[in-house]
Design a protein around this ligand. Structure first.
Ligand code: EPZ
Length: 419
């Protein structure tokens, strides 16, 4: 099992080129199924979740290659519509292949997506929306059998919650559906706008992706084609590296980061005493020796504070002046990093969806274990601020979403190595 060893305590100072966004490239990879052509995705991050998604495409008959940060996907040879259990369990977001396959070939068979560490990951909104579009979905012993005997037809889908995955699934299924589909209360994350932009590059007709109302005008599948597309920068990875610099009282320039994607996070960092500015090519941060703990961080759908940055920002505030409240309103089990931060000397108490952080003036290195993807990244952030050596295990969780986190933190001056 691999470990990350981090010798913390020194202020970070450096710059790095930001990776492509995991939560954008995954829906783009599944969208390739629809195009029936050849697509090149540049600035594609090398992540275990990306490899898992490409393995799913290969199991469906597509030809895939990922090298030098470019994924080449040939969907002309798509021949299957069944995703095996093992592949489905490798990543939660494989559910978005459902919409793409229904849109492409009108049927798909898959098992329930891999549960994940964040608590139950229901897909009720996905299923209900796709049924409204005409899909017949039955659950046979944990396998979802989906068919569209009369094809898919556009309609208005009102989402009870702006679910990112459900919005993506509906968009993918609606691209070739008969007539117009309107998504009301759609998720507004930047990754949704990017999916709309990509699909339009491939010949789809989508308006309003990234807003709360998305209109998709169905087009014949034969009109779709592949394209070349640059993956957007990863806003959560950017938040991670900004927080590592902030936690260590240092500075960093994150090249490629888009300020507009991260305003809720940069506002919190400014409130804590950091200077955060948009440079011509990214985001620059300069932190005070000790952060001022911000009083309340409440996670909510975009453009509110992103749930994926909650653990990361909490780690930065573990060593700070004052006290803060973190309210996790999106997932029910997203404080599993707290016990590990406490092992490093943090003073954090949780009660349900609320965590109370009392800033301490020093953290100490410890042996900690990544509980999930963003919790693992949070431990790396805290380790940069902790005196002494921290060993982080379960690095496989971190590798799901970070393209060589040790290289990125090393570029900022962190003493980090993978063993
Ligand atoms: C996406 O997950 C992201 N994953 C998550 O990032 C992110 O945390 C989440 O959006 C929220 O921003 C990808 O994009 C691959 P949701 P998703 O559907 O689509 C409930 C990371 O760390 N819900 O917006 O699964 C659900 O249980 C990952 O990179 C239903 O109840 O998120 C959750 O409480 C973690 N029924 C809430 O909605 C449904 O049918 C938000 O889920 C669907 C969702």
């Amino acid at each position: 099992m691999q470990l990350l060893k981090i010798e913390g305590g020194d202020r970070l100072s450096g710059e790095l080129d930001l990776q492509g966004a995991k939560n954008s490239v995954l829906p783009l990879i599944s969208a390739c199924v629809l195009t029936g052509g050849i697509t090149r995705l540049t600035r594609c991050p090398e992540l275990s979740d990306v490899y898992a998604a490409l393995r799913i495409l290969s199991s469906l008959g597509c030809k895939c290659r990922l090298s030098d940060g470019c994924a080449e996907i040939d969907a002309r040879t798509l021949s299957g519509c069944e995703i095996g259990d093992k592949l489905m369990r490798q990543m939660r977001s494989s559910i978005i292949f459902m919409g793409a396959l229904l849109g492409a070939v009108g049927e798909c068979v898959m098992s329930f997506p891999g549960g994940c560490e964040l608590g139950p990951r229901p897909i009720d909104m996905h299923i209900s929306a796709l049924r409204q579009l005409g899909a017949e979905i039955t659950d046979e012993h944990g396998r979802l059998i989906c068919r569209c005997p009369k094809g898919l037809h556009g309609c208005t889908v009102n989402l009870p919650f702006p679910s990112v995955g459900a919005t993506e699934n509906i968009m993918l299924a609606a691209v070739c559906a008969e007539g117009e589909t309107v998504i009301v209360n759609a998720a507004r994350e930047p990754e949704i706008a990017e999916l709309g932009r990509f699909l339009n590059f491939c010949g789809a007709r989508i308006k309003g992706a990234g807003c709360h109302r998305v209109v998709i005008e169905g087009v014949p599948r034969a009109e779709l084609h592949g394209c070349e597309f640059e993956v957007m920068p990863d806003r959560i990875a950017a938040a991670t590296y900004l927080c590592a610099a902030a936690a260590s009282g240092g500075e960093a320039h994150i090249r490629g980061a888009r300020v507009c994607d991260l305003e809720a996070v940069t506002n919190v960092l400014r409130q804590s005493g950091c200077r955060v500015t948009a440079s011509g090519s990214g985001i620059y941060i300069c932190a005070p020796p000790l952060l001022r703990c911000v009083n309340t961080v409440r996670t909510c759908p975009y453009p509110g504070f992103p749930t994926d940055a909650q653990a990361i920002v909490m780690a930065a505030f573990a060593k700070s002046k004052g006290m803060g409240l973190f309210v996790e309103d999106i997932f029910e089990n997203r404080f599993r990093h707290v016990d590990e931060l406490v092992r490093m000397g943090a003073d954090i108490k949780t009660e349900g969806r609320v965590a109370v952080v009392r800033g301490v003036d020093r953290l100490t290195g410890a042996q900690v274990s990544a509980p999930d993807l963003r919790g693992g990244a949070a431990l790396c952030v805290a380790a940069c601020a902790a005196e002494g050596e921290t060993t982080v295990s379960n690095v496989c969780y971190i590798d799901r979403g970070y393209d060589s986190i040790e290289k990125a933190l090393g570029a900022l001056g962190a003493k980090i190595r993978r063993v």
